[in-house]
Design a binder for this molecule. Sequence first.
Ligand code: AMP
Length: 282
Amino acid sequence: MRIVTAIPEMTRLVKERRDRGETVGLVPTMGFFHEGHLSLMRAARADNDFVVVSLFVNPTQFGPGEDFREYPRDLPRDMEMAAREGVDCIFHPRPEDMYPQPYLTYVEVGGITERLCGAHRPGHFRGVATVVAKLFHIIPAHRAYFGIKDAQQVRVIQKMVEDLNFDVEIVVCPTVREPDGLAMSSRNTYLGTEERRAATALYRSLRLAEDMVRGGERDVARVISAMRELLAAEPLVETEYVEAVDWKFLEPVSELRGEVLIALAARVGRARLIDNTLIRVE
Ligand code: AMP
């Protein structure tokens, strides 16, 4: 497995592969790998001849007062894990190369960035869209892999690809969970023992929503309030939002019909955790 830091070298390497007729898969990450990341790498490995994993803790997607500095980092461990998955190349650029100063150009996706995490993390999706657009230029891949755990991010990338005509297929992969249901996240390392136990409330509230829908409930307000009640029963969980939105434009719905995303964010200790379920109602 190769590790590349220089942007021109990364582009050259991928273009060489493409010229030979090979397919290229890209897995964008911020590192500190867990099974969620590995599942994307496995999907990319299965579909493509050449697999690149980008590892970059992107400063522009963190707001002031967020965890950019403390975000967990362990490059040697990540390299070992990626190598074990048969990844061909890790792209680990320097921040000063990704953002030459003064950096002036950003990608803004409107509409679908206004709610959910977008409403609580101003500028976050501008940072995400910008870095992913840059990665798509640096690494002209045939396919790029994203986890639905970050559902709003998936929609933002899909819309950006559609609106700006990026020639890349977006592959969406399911959420990988701990045995007790907690969605895997690099930020789970922030949780103390009691917080870790309390954090399962996020998953439990989503299962409750799914059970209610399965039982015939179609009223969004009732589902959301039952979820909020479950979350409120955990004093260590501070709910940020619980929302039901349509999957396409992430606009609020009042009735469960079609493809509905139920998404939530909560603080548990110093971790801000998100999770969601995509519900299809005929
Ligand atoms: P991150 O390093 O947290 O920015 O995540 C990199 C990619 O891994 C994103 O596409 C995430 O959606 C995806 N990812 C993170 N956690 C999970 C998970 N538990 N299951 C599946 N994919 C995940």
